[in-house]
Write a protein that binds this ligand. Structure first.
Ligand code: ADP
Ligand code: ASP
Ligand code: MG
Length: 419
C-alpha cells in the first residue's frame, strides 16, 4: 500500500452542475494539500445516464428485440462520465493544479465483453501511477471500460463505485473514499426511515449483503472487489467542507475484526425490483425443478427465492420463485412455452412484491433473530409470502404496498432506531 495515494469517487448528485463540480474540486484540492496523490473517479451528472438509457430505448433497441444491453448501448451511456471528467479536470487546472482526464479505454480499464454489465478483468496501473508520481491529479471517467478488442463497455448501473475500488486496488491506494449524497452507510435507507443511524463501521460481508439486497449506496460488485482486494472503503458526504473530513467522518467498510461494537442485526435492506412467478399443479416427480430452472438459466433469467409446497391434489405440487422485475414478462413467456413439457396446470406472475431483509454477522451466533422478524411483521399485519435465509441474513417477500411499514417495523424491532 502506498500511504500517499488516495482514490476519491463522486456520484451523480455530487457533480450535478458546475457549482457542485467546483465544490468537488475544492475537496480534491484539500486532499492534495494534505500530501495525497489523488485519483478522482466521477459519475455522470445526476439523471444523465437515465436520459441516455431512455434514448437507446427510443432508438428502437427494445422494440427491435435486441438484448437489453449491446455494444452500441454502451457507446451511448458511457458518454455521461466523459463530460464530468473533462469538466472537473478543467476546473482543477483553473485552480492552478496539474490534472488530466482519463477515459476507461485510455488507462485502459480492461473488461470482459458482457455489454451493459461488464466485469473488470485488469487495470495495468503504470500510466496512472506515472501521472500521479508526477503530481498530476488523475480524473477518471467512472462506469466505463473496454474489451480486449477495443469496444467500449459499461459496468452496470451504479458502476462508478466499482471503477473507483478497482482503481484503488490497481494503484495500491491507502483508501477509496466514496463521496455521495448521504454522510455514510445507514442502518437502513434514510429516505425511508428518518430514525436510521449512520454506522461508523460496517464489515465487508454485511455491506455485501446490504448492497445485493437493495441498499444502492454502493454497487454490489464494488464491495466484492473491496473485500477480495482488501481495499478499505469509506462512504461520506460530498457536502462536507474541504478539510473537514476526520477519522470519524462517514462509514468505514472494513474487516469484521476491526469492529469493536458487536451487533446482532446491523441493517435492514429492501428491494422493490422483484416479481413472483407461481406454477400451480406441477407433477410431483423427479426432474421437474431441473426442467424449470434450466429453461430460465438458458435464457439468462436469474432466480432468487424458491419455495415448493404440496398441492391439494395428490401427486401435485405448487412452486413459487422470484426473478428481477424486468425479467418477469420473459419468465412468464418461457414458462408458457414450456408448459406442455413441464406439465403444470397454470402460471401466474405477481410484480407487486418487495423483498425486505435483515442483515448482521451476529446472526451466526444468536438464536431467535428470525422469530423476532416474523413477530414484528405479524404485529403489523404483514403477510410473508416467501422466506429465504443465509448465514448472516433473513429475507422475506411481502406485498409491495407494505414495504415501508415493514422496513420501519423491523428497524425498531432490532433496536436500530436513533434514540
Ligand atoms: P451516487 O449517485 O453518489 O452513487 P446513489 O444514489 O447511488 O449515490 O446512492 C446513495 C443513496 O443510497 C442514498 O441517497 C440513499 O437513499 C440510498 N441508500 C439506500 N440504502 C442506504 C443505506 N443503508 N445507507 C445509506 N444510503 C442508502
Ligand atoms: N452513471 C452511472 C449510473 O447512473 C454509473 C454511476 O453513477 O455509478 O448508473
Ligand atoms: Mg451510486
Amino acid at each position: 500500500m502506498v500511504q500517499t495515494r488516495l482514490v476519491m469517487k463522486f456520484g451523480g448528485t455530487s457533480v450535478a452542475d458546475m457549482e457542485r463540480i467546483r465544490r468537488v474540486a475544492r475537496l480534491v484540492a484539500a486532499e492534495v494539500a494534505r500530501g495525497h496523490q489523488v485519483a478522482v473517479v466521477v459519475s455522470a451528472m445526476a439523471g444523465k445516464t437515465n436520459e441516455m438509457v431512455a434514448w437507446t430505448d427510443a432508438g428502437g433497441r427494445a422494440a427491435a428485440g435486441l438484448p437489453e444491453s449491446d455494444d452500441e448501448y454502451d457507446v451511448v451511456v458511457a458518454s455521461g462520465e466523459q463530460v464530468t471528467a473533462g469538466l472537473l479536470a478543467i476546473v482543477l487546472r483553473n485552480m492552478g493544479l496539474a490534472a488530466r482526464s482519463w477515459l476507461g479505454w485510455q488507462i485502459p480499464i480492461l473488461t470482459d465483453d458482457a455489454h451493459g454489465k461488464a466485469r473488470i478483468e485488469d487495470i495495468p496501473p503504470d500510466a496512472l501511477i506515472a501521472a500521479m508520481d508526477r503530481g498530476e491529479i488523475a480524473v477518471i471517467a467512472g462506469f466505463q471500460g473496454r474489451t480486449p478488442e477495443g469496444r467500449i463497455t459499461t459496468l452496470g448501473r451504479g458502476g462508478s463505485d466499482t471503477s473507483a475500488v478497482a482503481i484503488a486496488a490497481a494503484v495500491q491506494a491507502v483508501r477509496c473514499d466514496i463521496y455521495t449524497d448521504v454522510d455514510g452507510v445507514y442502518t437502513t435507507d434514510p429516505r425511508i426511515e428518518s430514525r436510521a443511524r449512520r454506522l461508523a463501521r460496517i464489515s465487508y460481508e454485511e455491506m455485501l449483503e446490504m448492497a445485493s439486497l437493495g441498499a444502492k449506496v454502493l454497487q454490489t460488485r464494488s464491495v466484492e472487489l473491496a473485500m477480495s482486494q482488501r481495499v478499505p472503503v469509506r462512504v461520506l458526504s460530498s457536502f462536507i467542507e474541504p478539510g473537514d473530513a476526520s477519522d470519524d467522518t462517514g462509514t468505514i467498510v472494513c474487516d469484521e475484526e476491526e469492529i469493536m461494537e458487536k451487533r446482532i442485526v446491523s441493517g435492514v435492506a429492501f428491494s422493490r425490483d422483484e416479481a413472483k412467478v407461481t406454477l400451480f399443479g406441477l407433477p410431483d416427480t423427479p426432474g421437474v425443478s431441473s426442467k424449470i430452472f434450466s429453461c430460465l438459466a438458458e435464457a439468462n433469467v436469474n432466480v432468487d427465492m424458491i419455495v415448493q409446497s404440496k398441492a391439494r391434489t395428490a401427486d401435485h405440487a405448487n412452486m413459487a420463485f422470484t426473478v428481477g422485475r424486468r425479467d418477469a414478462q420473459r419468465a412468464l413467456e418461457l414458462m408458457r412455452a414450456a408448459q406442455a413439457e413441464i406439465g403444470f396446470e397454470d402460471v401466474e406472475v405477481d410484480a407487486d412484491v418487495a423483498k425486505v431483509s435483515v442483515v448482521g454477522v451476529g446472526m451466526r451466533s444468536h438464536a431467535g433473530v428470525a422469530q423476532s422478524m416474523f413477530k414484528a411483521l405479524a404485529e403489523k399485519g404483514v403477510n410473508i409470502q416467501v422466506i429465504s435465509t443465509s448465514e448472516i441474513k433473513i429475507s422475506v417477500l411481502i406485498d409491495a404496498a407494505y414495504t415501508e411499514l415493514a422496513v420501519r417495523a423491523l428497524h425498531a424491532a432490532y433496536g436500530l432506531d436513533q434514540l
